[in-house]
Design a protein around this ligand. Structure first.
Ligand SMILES: *Cc1c(COP(=O)(O)O)cnc(C)c1O
Length: 420
């Protein structure tokens, strides 16, 4: 199984030492379940591999931004990579430090930049010349100097799903690496901007080291070129993107990934920033759902569950494969082949296809590797309240987001005026 902290004990799937049957009983379904130990293990794998290097592990908040997840990581000294002022507020509310937070994203607005400056973020990862101008202007108004790095696009093919590849020149992200020296020169001449680093992020769910190594070689070439023209670089941000095992992928371990980077840094005295999201949270979570009906249409058998694409959109959006396990082993039968589908009115509403499962109506299923890009991408489509979230810590379970109620869903709406 891809997720080491989700294991069977006496025929029942547990998160750490808590039975998923008990969690379903206490908190209902659908429900996201996270393992604190899994989050800590994965964060520490990065942190420890960076021993001896001046570094900052900035967990990418967008992968899973629940306050409890951020809190667990902040207590280990994690920094954070944010893409909005909303994520900054989450980091601060969870006990994270702005001084360990980097701000990425192609569309930072002036008010967002002002908020981040006031809070004192570690660095802005700038993605265009226009954004640089805005940062300079806003910093002047706020009376501060903004620490910046440019997110450069090394034009390497990350060979991942096109929706999550970001390192090619055709993507909207970053600035082309060839244009970077001119932009750095411009930034170096600005009064309210301070050049700190170089940044890149080539895409998500990378399962080999090659694209990282290619990108790093190009980025280090830029660092050297900048030093030659009198623009010293203090930190190198290599982004996130390290993949995880969903099925049978064999991504490098964080230690191997860091070792490959360490080898290339050689004598350079650069602070290293990494921004893992999926690699920290992905296998630290599962989506727990109950089978409502079993049905068959001709040849096909369906298990209709109370979770749907609005709860977990990766299968519908990317055709992603996630492991599905029956929470309780019910008998000796090998099971039957099912598509696992939700109640949403879309044919793309599936969570998994062609899975052999021994289940009956009422059975609980766990969809593994759902800790990253799971709850955060959920919606209220079909007026479906979003799932509860639970953090397991050893033998204890904590409700870290209560299930939404339907009245929450239209609380911000109003009817037409009575005289209208
Ligand atoms: C999404 C993102 C990450 C995290 O990516 P993962 O694949 O989850 O590790 C890191 N940095 C930036 C700029 C991102 O947009």
């Amino acid at each position: 199984m891809p997720a080491e902290f989700f294991t069977y004990v006496h025929g029942v799937l547990h998160a750490e030492r808590v039975s998923l049957e008990e969690i379903a009983e206490s908190y209902g379904t659908p429900c996201y379940v996270y393992s604190r130990a899994a989050l800590e293990r994965r964060f520490n794998a990065f942190h420890q591999a960076l021993f001896g290097i001046d570094h900052l592990v900035c967990y990418s908040v967008k992968a899973n931004s629940n306050l409890a997840v951020l809190d667990v990581l902040a207590r280990l000294g994690s920094g954070f990579d944010i893409v909005s002022a909303g994520e900054l507020q989450r980091v601060l509310a969870a006990g994270g430090k702005a001084s360990r937070t980097v701000f990425s994203g192609v569309g930072k607005t002036a008010p967002e930049i002002a908020q981040a400056l006031e809070a004192g973020v570690y660095c802005f990862n700038v993605e265009s010349a226009a954004e640089l101008e805005t940062i300079d202007r806003v910093s002047r108004a706020v009376g501060k100097r903004a620490p910046i790095s440019f997110r450069v696009n090394p034009d390497v093919d990350a060979r991942t799903h096109p929706y999550i590849a970001t390192g090619l020149n055709e993507n909207k992200f970053g600035v082309p690496i060839e244009e970077a020296p001119a932009l750095y020169r411009q930034a170096a001449g600005m009064e309210h901007v301070e050049v700190h680093g170089v940044d890149c992020h080539i895409g998500s769910q990378q399962t080999s080291l090659e694209p990282f190594a290619d990108a790093l070689d190009r980025v280090l070439g830029l660092v050297d070129a900048l030093e030659k023209i009198g623009i010293p670089i203090r930190h190198l941000n290599v982004g996130g993107g390290l993949g995880i095992r969903y099925k049978d992928e064999t991504p490098p371990a964080p230690a191997e990934y860091i070792a490959a980077i360490r080898k290339r840094l050689e004598e350079r005295r650069l602070k290293l920033i990494v921004e893992p999201g999926r690699a920290v949270a992905g296998n630290a979570g599962a989506l727990l759902t109950r089978v409502i009906y079993l049905k068959s249409n001709g040849e096909k058998r369906f298990a209709v569950t109370d979770a749907a694409m609005n709860d977990l959109i990766r299968p519908a959006l990317y055709g992603a494969w996630q492991e599905v396990r029956a929470v309780s082993v019910i008998g000796e039968s090998a099971g039957k082949r099912y598509d696992i589908v939700g109640p949403v009115c879309e044919s793309s509403d599936f969570l998994a296809k062609d899975r052999i499962l021994d289940i009956e109506p009422g059975s609980l299923l766990a969809i593994l590797s759902a800790g990253a890009y799971g709850f955060v991408m959920s919606s209220n489509y079909n007026t479906r309240p979003r799932a509860a979230e639970v953090m397991v810590d050893g033998e204890r379970a904590h409700l870290v987001r209560r299930r939404e109620q339907v009245k929450d869903l239209f609380a911000l709406e109003s009817r037409m005026p009575a005289d209208g």
